[in-house]
Ligand binder design. Structure first.
Ligand SMILES: CC(C)(COP(=O)([O-])OP(=O)([O-])OC[C@H]1O[C@@H](n2cnc3c(N)ncnc32)[C@H](O)[C@@H]1OP(=O)([O-])[O-])[C@@H](O)C(=O)NCCC(=O)NCCSC(=O)C[C@@](C)(O)CC(=O)[O-]
Ligand SMILES: NC(=O)C1=CN([C@@H]2O[C@H](COP(=O)(O)OP(=O)(O)OC[C@H]3O[C@@H](n4cnc5c(N)ncnc54)[C@H](O)[C@@H]3O)[C@@H](O)[C@H]2O)C=CC1
Length: 438
């Protein structure tokens, strides 16, 4: 049985691997070989990756694919996408190609505000707290001047500081609710640094406030942290065309397709079980671009799903309608993304991904990412209301199944040809491969 370990963080990388092999992998030399196989032969590059996180023992590869032909606000883009799931890049590419022939995607920024909060407890008179807050407000700005001056030169900084009374939800609970513009950075560290200074000022000024009683002076800071819920850092992406232009195959008219598509979206607007899957499909596109550009996908995921629930019920992130014979499909997404800061300037492949996107500003990246989500959602819905998802998905997944059964190049060629005319399921592939090998 494995034993607890003390001082693991101080072991060297090789010592960590030896400990792992001994305690969890039955000293399997093969497992150790796999771990080391993924080390980069360029030692400097490997060290860079080792130092991104803690206790690193190896690298974990994900493929970076390209989805070309994204016509966004009149310019073509090729999207770098990092994802483990087959068919996502193909679906994005197919949707991009489809819409590039119908005017392309339109995207616009609806807001760029981010939020941070100092959560604190105050036991006493609210009116006195309000007066105190108004009086000391300039001190907050002064205290972070050294942090904000460069951000202000870029046109960003602190937009507003409010006092919020939350005592109806929790006894004595108040917030400093602060709005920021962090320009091209996601802003987590900038916001947190400002908030921690605000908390210091708040506690210190309260402790010496003449109008406060002893209890009021003892204002208690609970925590200071940005919020990953960013409903005012919002981007809209849209496609539209005449209904009859939606025709792609002869089996369904544009009208029939549009109607079924809109019904599918409507179901996701009213039915949470479907909405979650619908949004997962949309996030296939968003996450792949977020990962490729070194952004914080947990922050994006948390914020987006909170936004999908903002009415009190989890709903579709995209919407569709027909107005005067024009089909319209759009999404609005809260996306706090950065093109500077975090990993963006450190990871060589992230830098390259941003170069592929022509060094976008954070706002441009928000637009591109929202478009990737809309394209993906369109592709999935189109499959769902026409052929079903399995046909296209399994076509792309075929290679994974063949690799799982260690098919040779020759076997792959024969199998791909065979399954051009047959339905792909896991069992049909295995059965056919066995036949081929017998
Ligand atoms: C998979 C396709 C694209 C096949 O579609 P197809 O019509 O069989 O593809 P095609 O071979 O006729 O090629 C058409 C275009 O598709 C792209 N394409 C086609 N194949 C490739 C490939 N190998 N590599 C790169 N790109 C590819 C490419 O743009 C190509 O144009 P070309 O490059 O030839 O000029 C289509 O069926 C599709 O879009 N399916 C949807 C797939 C999807 O959504 N996958 C996500 C995983 S499922 C899921 O997670 C979410 C879901 C579905 O549950 C969400 C929901 O329920 O809403
Ligand atoms: N809850 C959360 O989401 C949290 C996230 N994080 C992590 O924080 C990181 C992101 O923090 P950041 O503050 O964005 O990164 P960062 O700490 O690397 O800072 C970015 C800095 O770049 C500078 N800068 C240069 N040019 C700029 C421009 N044009 N626009 C704006 N700033 C410019 C500014 O000084 C800015 O503060 C991510 O790695 C994220 O995972 C950290 C704590 C909590």
């Amino acid at each position: 049985m494995a034993k607890p370990v003390i001082g693991f963080s101080r072991l060297s990388k090789n010592e960590k691997i030896s400990w792992l092999a001994e305690n969890y992998l039955q000293n399997d030399a093969g497992a150790v070989k796999v771990l080391k196989q993924y080390w980069n032969e360029d030692e400097k590059l490997q060290k860079l990756h080792d130092e991104f996180i803690e206790n690193t023992v190896t690298n974990f590869y994900l493929p970076l694919g390209l989805a070309p032909n994204f016509l966004i606000n009149g310019s073509y883009h090729t999207l770098p996408m990092v994802i483990e799931e087959s068919s996502v890049v193909a679906a994005a590419s197919k949707a991009a190609k489809f819409w590039s022939e119908r005017g392309g995607f339109k995207a616009e920024i609806l807001g760029t505000q981010k939020i941070g909060q100092v959560h604190f407890l105050f036991t006493g008179n609210i009116e006195k707290l309000k007066a105190f807050f108004s009086r000391i407000k300039p001190l907050f700005h002064e205290a972070v001047q050294h942090i904000t001056q460069n951000m202000e030169k870029r046109g960003g900084g602190i937009l507003n500081i409010e006092l919020k009374d939350k005592t109806s939800e929790m006894e004595h609970y108040y917030q400093l609710f602060v709005t920021f513009d962090t320009r091209d950075s996601m802003g987590a560290n900038f916001i947190n640094s400002c908030l921690e200074k605000f908390a210091e000022v708040l506690a210190e000024e309260a402790s010496k406030e003449d109008t406060f009683s002893a209890e009021e002076k003892n204002l208690k800071i609970i925590m200071s942290i940005l919020s990953n819920y960013v409903p005012e850092c919002l981007v809209r992406a849209e496609v539209s065309c005449k209904v009859e232009e939606l025709t792609e195959n002869t089996e369904m008219t544009g009208e029939e397709f549009a109607e079924k598509f809109i019904q599918a979206v409507k179901i996701a607007e009213i039915e949470p079980y479907r909405a979650v899957t619908h949004n997962k499909g949309l996030m296939n596109g968003v996450d792949a671009v977020v990962l490729a550009t070194g952004n914080d996908f947990r922050a994006v995921e948390a914020g987006v799903h909170a936004y999908a629930s903002r009415t009190g019920k989890y709903r579709s992130l995209s919407h569709a309608e027909i107005v005067d014979g024009t089909f319209k499909f759009w999404t609005e997404l809260p996306l706090a993304l950065g093109t500077v800061g975090g990993l963006t300037g450190l990871h060589p492949l992230v830098k390259l991904a941003l170069d592929i996107l022509q060094k976008p500003s954070a706002q441009e990246l928000m637009k591109i990412t929202a478009v990737a989500g809309l394209a993906q959602n369109f592709a999935a819905l189109r499959s769902l209301v026409t052929t079903g998802i399995q046909q296209g998905h399994m076509k792309m997944h075929l290679m994974n199944i063949l690799n799982q059964y260690k098919a040779t190049d020759e076997e792959k060629k024969i199998m791909i040809e065979f399954f051009t005319h047959h339905t792909i399921t896991h069992s049909s592939v295995v059965e056919q491969l066995e036949k081929l090998r017998s």
